[in-house]
Design a protein around this ligand. Sequence first.
Ligand code: PEP
Ligand code: MG
Length: 380
Amino acid sequence: DPVLSPEFHELLAWADAVRRLAVRANADTPDDAAKARAFGAEGIGLCRTEHMFMAPDRVPVVQEMILAETREEREAALQKLLPMQQGDFYGILKAMEGLPVTIRLLDPPLHEFLPNLEELLVEVTKLRGDPQADPERLAEKEALLAKVRKLHEFNPMLGHRGCRLGLVFPEIYEMQVEAIFRAAAQLVREGVDVRPEVMIPLVGHVNELARLRKLVDEVAQRVMAETGTSVAYTVGTMIEVPRAALTADEIAREADFFSFGTNDLTQMTFAFSRDDAEGKFLPHYLESGILPDNPFITLDERGVGKLIAMGVAEGRKTRPNLKAGICGEHGGEKRSIDFCHRVGLDYVSCSPYRVPLARLAAAQAQLRHGSGFDNLSENR
Ligand code: PEP
Ligand code: MG
């Protein structure tokens, strides 16, 4: 922990004595988790599992799984991924011993795992026009092209993504949950205190969460029975689709916790593409001065913030002890943290390097506003 001087440590300790908001980190590897701990994170608020799937040695197995035509073929590929995932979760849960770790089940759009459609088209066109081409190779590539075409979407971010993937291919989430609880069981036997929180992404309707919560509970119970262990865990959801915030009272029936995904929530509330926020249309648009801030950096209190305030309040009407946090990029931004304090979130989660800043910002918010929240009025 060479980065923080003793003086800075002391300053942060003062901030910790004052703040109400807990500070967690977004981390996907044991290394990042250790870094987060060193910076004072009190848990992991978002462990994105997609990066684990994208490791070069796993991509072929992942493609095999996605392109499989039967559930059996898909399960065979998933069996190969299971020990790898178990190792991933073992590492991260161990690094965060005694602290909560929110593990989000697979989220990204399907196309991120598929061979590139355009490249494949070029390749097939070339092979078709080449009289020397091996007919077997051409047939193989054509079959692959047909499969990729079938799965291709024009708006992948609004398509087969997040919990929708887990509902259509439940065996993917079953494998991930099995890996989480096998890793947890291993650690429990070693005497390590583990606190997994399983999180479902991109929920927009309570039925999606209800179905997947059942899946998580069934697999967790099965693995615990098989391993003779007992692991305390919770199941919750991202709130990142506007409809989820609007129906938070219903969604809270099925969720032990909410985590506001303000990256997607901003994208979907403004209808601004987050993938183009850095390079293309948005920077030019913002240069026109039409908006006070870049909403992907500073939380838009009147719009996205209103959905958050409503989501927490409605959720807690159904479940008074609902835990709520934020894990979008805004969780590490000073003004947004002030907002999170005011609407009564329990924690913010940000990149490990932003944890010290978040600890200070959370204390400043407390000093500025006191503990009372439910006071959006000053922004309205
Ligand atoms: C979000 O949408 O805010 C979020 C944290 O998830 P991701 O960035 O992985 O979509
Ligand atoms: Mg998201």
